[in-house]
Every structure is written in C-alpha cells, then in structure tokens.
Design a protein around this ligand. Structure first.
Ligand SMILES: Cc1cc2nc3c(=O)[nH]c(=O)nc-3n(C[C@H](O)[C@H](O)[C@H](O)COP(=O)(O)O)c2cc1C
Length: 353
C-alpha cells in the first residue's frame, strides 16, 4: 500500500534509515522548541471557509521569479540526500522535474550541482553557503551554477555558526557519510578544508556587505533564506533582493525563534509586494501550505518530507510526497471555497486573540 500521508513517509523513513542519518535529518537545535512549534503553530490556525462558491477544477500553476511551475510547493535545500538513497540529489531533481516543481539544491549536496542539473527537467535554484573567507570558493560555485542553468541564488542567512543539534552530535560518528558532491575540484577542496580547519566558528560570517558583493558578481536574482523579522525584510528589499524565504532552518539554528507561519505576516507586511516571499518549516499537509499562501507566501518549500520520500522509495517516493501535498492543497482549496491561488487571502484565516 502506498503511503497516504507525509506522516506515513516519516514512519517508513525512520524504520529504514541508519539511526545516525535519522537523527541528523530529524533533529532540531537545543531543546527543539522551534522544531515542534513550526508544526504546532500551523495546527493552531483555524480556517474560515466560504460556502457555495463555484469551485470547479483547481489550478495550482504559478510563477516563481518568472519560472513557470505547476504548484506553489517546492523542494527546500537540504544537505546529503545521498544518505537517503544512492542517487541522492539527482533523484530529487528527477522527482521535482516530473511535476515541474521548483527544487533548491544545497551547497552541501552529495552530487555535483552539474549532475543535479542534468537530472532536472524543472526549474532549479542554487542555495549558497559562504563566509567572508570563502568569496573565491563562492564565486566558483556561482559560475558553475550559472553555467549549469540554475536560475537564482538562495543565500542562507540564519547560519553564522551551526546550531547544536544535540541528538545528531551524539550519533553522527557512527555512520560513514557520503562525500560532498560539490567540492571534488582541487582548489575548492583546498578552500573548503581551509575553512573547515579554521572551523566555521572562526570564519567571519557574512553580512549585508557580502550580499552586496554577491550582487556585484552575478546577474542571477538573489533570494535570502532565513529572514524572520520586518526589520530584516525591509533591509533586504532596500538592498534589492528578488525574494525572501521566511525560514528558521527547520528549527535547526536558533532555538526559541518564532514558528515561521507566525513570522510570515510581519515579513509580508514589510515587503509590501516589493519582492516575492516564501515560507518553509513544518509544512506537512496541504492545509499548511494553504494557510501560508493565505497569509501572503507565494510558495512554500518542504525539507524533511522530501528526505523521507527518498528514503522510502528514491525518486518515486520524493515525487509522491510532492503529489500528496499538491493533492491535499487542491482539495483544501476546494473545500474552503477558494479554488484559485488568486482567491487566497487573509480573510481565509480566523484571527484568534
Ligand atoms: C537534514 C537537513 C539538512 C538541511 N540542509 C540545509 C542546507 O544545506 N542549506 C540550507 O539552506 N538549509 C538546509 N536545511 C533547512 C531547510 O532548507 C529548510 O529550511 C527546513 O528543512 C524546512 O523545514 P522542514 O524540514 O520542516 O520542511 C536543512 C534541513 C534539514 C532537515
């Protein structure tokens, strides 16, 4: 029997994966308060459906920075897909491509970004990690991403240091992790090793100046991932970014920050339509996506569900997780009497308190 829900994929993945891989994929930082809250906050939100609307067929097609996609649900960048299935990120790209959904490929993938692009038939964005010491390495990655056809750069801005994923710290040494896919080149390896030797803790974390530097070396649109406040959203827009992902890294960085669905309204208000706003963190149901879209997100991205799908059934499993979310979103829109993306707005959400 094929799984019926994302939660069923989670249970299969948990049973199949090496415990160290499960811990790494599932962990949040510290007490995992934000990890849990990402889910709980979605469940607290109540919907205000409209009756007797003309619902007909639901059309989920939209554009993300100009790229046409079949649905406002895409793949968040997550590291090390090769620990979930042998084909790693190539399987993920195949899955997203089969549905013409957007995939954001991580710097920390186990397949080179060029191979991921060759496996893709849908739009791809490239997620970039860098520090002040690794501009040269970042520039090489940007050139490679440009040449391979990636359409935007997603800079993760919530990770000046790594959060402490305590469950994963305990178990990570018990697994033989697949090597990085993007740093096989000698110069890049040297840069990465230099960065590692100093340790991320000694590397100077990027600031707004480094975003300006990135803008000066590429014409690809830049998306900042990990913005949670109106202040930072306003600053990002002033600096000319093309998009913002409201994200707390799936609860893996600063524990105790607000769940993303609660941060979304202030970011949307501060941006006021001047760039695209997306959300990730805890999306496990079509209704979660619906709530984020109603509160102003243009799309949502899923992290762990894709890893669970890969672990359960490779590319087919990852594709099916996206299909489940897509079909649930279409059904909830129909039941809510809001059959088009354009008809989703905050009046669908009941204000509590
Ligand atoms: C195992 C794992 C690895 C991740 N690796 C990255 C990464 O390499 N780069 C990045 O920007 N975010 C990374 N993230 C964060 C995701 O992009 C995303 O913000 C988060 O997973 C969304 O929450 P969800 O897993 O609840 O859907 C990772 C998350 C997980 C669970």
């Amino acid at each position: 029997m094929r799984p019926l829900t994302i939660a069923e994929y989670e249970a299969i993945a948990r049973a199949r994966l090496h415990s160290a891989v499960w811990d790494y994929y599932s962990a949040g930082a510290d007490d995992e308060v934000t990890l849990r809250e990402n889910r709980a906050a979605f469940k607290r939100i109540r919907l205000r459906p409209r009756a007797l609307a003309s619902v007909g067929d639901v059309d989920l097609r939209t554009t993300l920075l100009g790229a046409e996609v079949s649905m406002p649900i895409g793949v968040a960048p997550t590291a090390i897909h090769g620990a979930a299935c042998d084909e790693g990120e190539c399987a993920t790209a195949q899955a997203a491509g089969a549905l013409n959904a957007l995939m954001i490929a991580s710097t920390e993938s186990t397949r080179p970004l060029e191979e991921v692009a060759q496996s893709a038939s849908g739009p791809l964005w490239f997620q970039l990690y860098f520090s002040q010491q690794t501009h040269a390495l970042a520039e090489r990655l940007v050139r490679r991403a440009e040449a391979a056809g990636y359409r935007a750069l997603v800079v993760t801005v919530d990770s000046p240091r790594w959060g402490r994923k305590e469950r994963s710290i305990r178990s990570e040494a018990s697994y033989d992790w697949p090597p990085s896919g993007n740093f096989a080149d000698e110069a890049d390896e040297a840069d990465e090793v230099a960065d590692d030797d100093e340790g991320q803790d000694d590397a100077a974390a990027i600031t707004w100046d480094d975003i300006a530097w990135l803008q000066s070396i590429t014409s690809l649109p830049i998306v900042l991932k990990g913005i949670l406040t109106a202040e930072d959203a306003a600053r990002a827009v002033a600096q000319g970014v093309a998009g913002i992902v409201v994200s707390n890294h799936g609860g893996r960085q600063l524990d105790g920050v607000m769940p993303t669905i609660e941060a979304l309204p202030e970011v949307v208000a501060a941006v006021a339509g001047r760039c695209e706003v997306y959300l990730d963190g805890g999306v496990r149901r079509g209704a979660d996506a619906l709530k984020a879209l109603a509160l102003g997100a243009r799309a949502v991205f899923v992290g762990r569900p894709i890893l669970w799908g890969l672990a359960a059934d490779g590319a087919a499993g990852a594709q099916h997780t996206l299909e489940l979310l897509r079909d649930e979103l279409a059904l909830t829109m129909t039941l809510a009497g809001r059959p088009t993306l354009a008809s989703l707005d905050a009046s669908l959400i009941q204000c509590l308190g």
